[in-house]
Ligand binder design. Sequence first.
Ligand SMILES: NC(=O)c1ccc[n+]([C@@H]2O[C@H](COP(=O)([O-])OP(=O)(O)OC[C@H]3O[C@@H](n4cnc5c(N)ncnc54)[C@H](O)[C@@H]3O)[C@@H](O)[C@H]2O)c1
Ligand SMILES: Cc1cc2nc3c(=O)[nH]c(=O)nc-3n(C[C@H](O)[C@H](O)[C@H](O)COP(=O)(O)O)c2cc1C
Ligand code: SF4
Length: 503
Amino acid sequence: MTVVRISDDALALACGAGAVAHAFAEAGSEIERVSSWGMHWLEPLVEIDGQGFGPVSPADVQAILAGHSDKAIGPIVQHPFIAGQQRLTFARAGRTRPLSLEDYAATGGWTALARARAMAPADVIAEVTGSGLRGRGGAGFPAGVKWQTVLAAAAPRKFVVCNADEGDSGTFADRMLMEGDPFQLIEGMAIAGHAVGAWQGFIYIRSEYPHAIAKLRAAISLAASQIAPFQIEVRVGAGAYVCGEETSLLNSIEGKRGEVRAKPPLPAIEGLFGCPTVVNNVLTLAAIPHILTDCGSSLYDSLGIDRSKGTMPIQLAGNIKHGGLFETAFGITLNDLIHGIGGGTASGRPVKAVQVGGPLGAYLHPSQFDLPFDYEAYSRANALIGHGGVVVFDDTANMGALARFAFQFCAAESCGKCTPCRIGSTRGVELIDRIRSGQHVPDLVAALPQMHNARNHARSREEELALLEDLCETMQYGSLCALGGFTPYPVRSALKHWPEDFA
Ligand SMILES: NC(=O)c1ccc[n+]([C@@H]2O[C@H](COP(=O)([O-])OP(=O)(O)OC[C@H]3O[C@@H](n4cnc5c(N)ncnc54)[C@H](O)[C@@H]3O)[C@@H](O)[C@H]2O)c1
Ligand SMILES: Cc1cc2nc3c(=O)[nH]c(=O)nc-3n(C[C@H](O)[C@H](O)[C@H](O)COP(=O)(O)O)c2cc1C
Ligand code: SF4
């Protein structure tokens, strides 16, 4: 009987590993579930007699068993997607039982918290600062500096808030961490609490993650005595992208409308219920236990390039053959990620564009694919690393339509507090429609002195494009938060590299 080994992690199961296993069993194979490959792929992997296949769907089963499948990828553990990773944050995920305190302790769990609690808060923060850890939510602000601000703020109550809203398109690392290794996040939050003098934490998580919510609730109750007197509560969002923005998120936890607050004051000074608050992303907090174990801080600092230190859990998605989570030190290029690791597009067509950093990130052109994954290098190229989402498009994508979508997304998700975003996004959709259709409206302002003759002053394409740049500038500099402020990134990059798609 053929023995089929199949990936058994939560991600693979969510992506249909169960259906693939069922199809092999129906075909008379014996199934062996494997967790040692860890959580990686967006589609299931199988291995038969040491030969790996992926991505596999139930439709591939007969060809694989008959020995003429084109999905063969060699031995799985040697595939670059698995062999090429440097896993710190995801060292356990997929390999241990997520809700087993025994597994967690046996793999070094709670040692960082014990060590941190034996240290003075300022020393803990010095180690976090020394590691070079920057916020993994997207802005890359140094975690240690944020914690120091909260520690220094004199107040009777302080909070630690974990941002698990994970709204960016093509991202799923927060979910995988919460489902695959929830104790690590809990330990990171308890360490943050000790470091800044907070005894209460909140995890704000999107309602679209029911499995992660259930895992977190169970894990918090199991770990209560380990982290006491620190306490954590889970709060579930209601599906607004803007509630991932930290001040909107704080309003939402407080039971208010999810609307952005002006900064300053920063949450680190005046955050939840007006108290000094650490707001950090799931991955930032989950990296802390590794950094706080012996030598972790210097090891972390030695990984990566320039000011981008440590590892980044990069999420490969969209039109890519092997999508999934790839944790590696900063510095890797898109060429390596997309072609070397991801195997090119799933469609087999050429890659046209890659959006890095979610819906507010720039579209990168293949000529930019040797850019190192590094906050500053991306910033110099007018692009974002964001939360590490990499979404691939093949040559059938229309970049004019995607630029329109950027404005449309902003219009749908805007909290409405400031004019450049609330009005600019809607006007942006109309403007792109006019540019793409070639139907330009009369420019009434330009025509004011001769109102009777306004129809003779329809804007030319060049004037519409100038207006688009004007709108982008207004949104970039005039918006209160990055939702309106960063929408110009996808728009400008699409126009710059693919002007033909705006014809
Ligand atoms: N993860 C996602 O799903 C997602 C979705 C949308 C946007 N984003 C990212 O959000 C980013 C923008 O976020 P932002 O508007 O919060 O960025 P920001 O630059 O205003 O702040 C980043 C963090 O640093 C803190 N901070 C800044 N200066 C500080 C100081 N002097 N002392 C202490 N703390 C300080 C802020 O309070 C915040 O927590 C974008 O880069 C984008 O990539 C992420
Ligand atoms: C519109 C918008 C949405 C955001 N969504 C998220 C999110 O889902 N998760 C996240 O961690 N940060 C998100 N951020 C960034 C947060 O405001 C904040 O910078 C982050 O939580 C700080 O944590 P970090 O320093 O660990 O990255 C968003 C920002 C904006 C402007
Ligand atoms: S930029 Fe948009 S989302 Fe941000 S505060 Fe202004 S209206 Fe709200």
